[in-house]
Design a protein around this ligand. Sequence first.
Ligand SMILES: [Zn+2]
Length: 79
Amino acid sequence: MLKILLTAAIIWAVWFFLIKKPQVTEHRQKKADEAKRKETKPDEEIMVACEKCGTYVSSHEAIIVSGRYYCSKACAGVK
Ligand SMILES: [Zn+2]
């Protein structure tokens, strides 16, 4: 009787580890995905080339005229 219980306990332990491990991996994968999503958020600052002189400026600093990016007001043709 004790042998049966022991065998059952071993089977349960093996089963427990086999089931538990993939869940942990999946959880880690989800965290990695969340981190990736944070890195590529839509309002992220990107580098854009000036339409006139080709200078790279950040999208936050760039001057947008008619949907085109310019590095400065001089390049954009505005005063
Ligand atoms: Zn420019």
